[in-house]
Ligand binder design. Structure first.
Ligand SMILES: Cc1cc2nc3c(=O)[nH]c(=O)nc-3n(C[C@H](O)[C@H](O)[C@H](O)COP(=O)(O)OP(=O)(O)OC[C@H]3O[C@@H](n4cnc5c(N)ncnc54)[C@H](O)[C@@H]3O)c2cc1C
Length: 397
């Protein structure tokens, strides 16, 4: 029976949990194996743009998204001195999507919502996958705690240091962008002007940028300050940074930037690394998704969104799939998703270059931003479930 397919997900981050929800909505009961022993409050602001939010609505998470998220409108661009960046056609701040609303959320709040929407017992904590073996039409999974499991399909949602990626014969190497980011979160009430900060605000200066946006319905302000670096920064979300060093990077910049840095209790260093697209994602009954498949630099806020699209695509393609057709469906998934995520990866890379460009001519820079934003709508208007259903129907399913 098609619905008897046993699917297992490795990794209980945003990608793994949303894939479990999307598969559940199509009749699959899917265990998630997560290495962490407890769910911890790690991470800060994450963007869920319209392309991902519209999928989450379909698994009835709209109310929760509204409760924990700050709606995303157009981004406001400023020079390092605070002047609005405009073109003859007006400010370079179009809204990101014509249809559907996106939200900026705190990653920990969002993970709690996803975890809470799954039945108890779905997520198996303290299960670090160490080996996968495909034999006789089944995949055998081994975990560091001595446990084992079997599945007809395995989805590797285990992030940038993916074991599943290694198990299907791949190895991606990180390359530095020559940038790092200082990250921080602070209560909005500490900043007199924060109640006016409804949309993301991005200050662009020579070689660096400074991004602020509200999360948690405006209760918190998320800061990401991109600066050049010639040292290898840790590829970590929790490496401590120095507030003094952060302040030194933005001497003379606009007052809200100084206010924000002065109001922070702590900051974290985040090394920005890029990886070339992988040549393939699937081998037999095993596939990859999210950062395990297509890690990207953060400049268009699509790390979580593309992982969410992957999970919903897999759910459409695996619904009604016979056990002997799994490898074919996973190849179709790879074909559909590899091309799109490769384009998003390239856009993120290009956006990063523009943000840190040395353009002295502001109107030229604004014009380029406007062109880039106009091009970017293909990212936010995409409907991953529809694309997957269309691909299936083209193949006569
Ligand atoms: C701790 C952390 C904090 C983050 N904070 C932010 C942030 O503030 N802002 C932002 O934009 N993005 C953040 N990200 C990245 C963002 O969540 C991802 O880019 C995006 O959501 C794609 O998610 P993913 O599920 O593919 O990967 P991830 O979010 O990395 O999730 C992968 C999951 O797999 C688990 N895992 C790894 N190896 C194994 C294994 N062998 N066996 C079982 N489980 C395994 C990990 O513990 C993790 O829970 C963070 C990621 C992490 C891991």
């Amino acid at each position: 029976m098609p619905d008897s397919l046993r699917i297992a997900i490795i990794g209980g981050g945003i990608g793994g949990l949303t894939a479990a929800l999307a598969l559940r909505a199509r009749g699959f009961d899917v265990p998630v194996f997560e290495q962490a022993q407890v769910l911890r409050e790690i991470g800060a602001g994450v963007s869920i743009y319209a392309n991902a939010a519209r999928l989450l609505k379909r698994v009835r998470l709209n109310d929760q998204l509204q409760e924990i998220g700050s709606p995303i409108g157009g981004i406001t661009l400023r020079t390092s001195a605070g002047e609005p960046i405009t073109t003859p056609a007006g400010p370079a701040t179009p809204t990101f999507s014509k249809d559907g609303q996106g939200y900026n959320v705190h990653r920990a709040d969002f993970l709690n919502v996803l975890f809470g929407a799954l039945p108890k017992g779905t997520v198996n904590l303290d299960h670090r996958c160490i080996q996968l073996k495909e034999e006789g039409g089944r995949v055998h999974l081994s975990f560091a705690n001595g446990a084992s499991a079997e599945a007809d399909v395995v989805i590797g949602a285990d992030g940038i240091r993916s074991v599943v990626q290694r198990e299907i014969g791949l190895q991606s190497r990180p390359t530095s962008e020559g940038m790092m980011a200082y990250r921080g979160l602070l209560p909005a009430k500490r900043l007199a002007w924060a109640s006016d900060l409804k949309d993301p605000a991005l200050w662009l200066g020579s070689g660096r940028s400074f991004l602020l946006y509200p999360v948690a319905r405006g209760r918190l302000i998320n800061m990401v300050a991109f600066v050049p670096t010639d040292t290898d920064s840790e590829e970590s979300w929790s490496a401590p940074g120095e507030l003094k060093a952060l302040a030194a990077e933005y001497v003379g910049w606009d007052k809200p930037i100084q206010d924000t840095i002065n109001a922070l209790d702590e900051t974290f260093r985040w090394g920005i690394y890029d990886r070339a697209p992988l040549p393939y994602w699937s081998r037999g009954r095993i596939t990859l998704m999210g950062d395990a498949a297509h890690p990207m630099v953060p400049h268009v806020g699509q790390g979580a969104g593309q992982a969410i699209e992957d999970g919903f695509t897999l759910a459409v393609l695996l619904e009604g799939c016979r056990a002997d057709d799994v490898a074919g469906r996973l190849k179709l998934y790879e074909t559909l998703r590899l091309e799109r995520t490769r384009k998003v990866q390239a856009l993120a890379r290009a956006a990063g270059k523009l943000y840190r460009s040395e353009h002295q001519n502001l109107s030229e820079r604004a014009q380029r931003m406007r062109e880039w934003m106009a091009q970017g709508t293909w990212v936010f208007e995409h409907d991953a479930e529809k694309a997957a259903a269309d691909a299936l129907s083209t193949m006569g399913h």
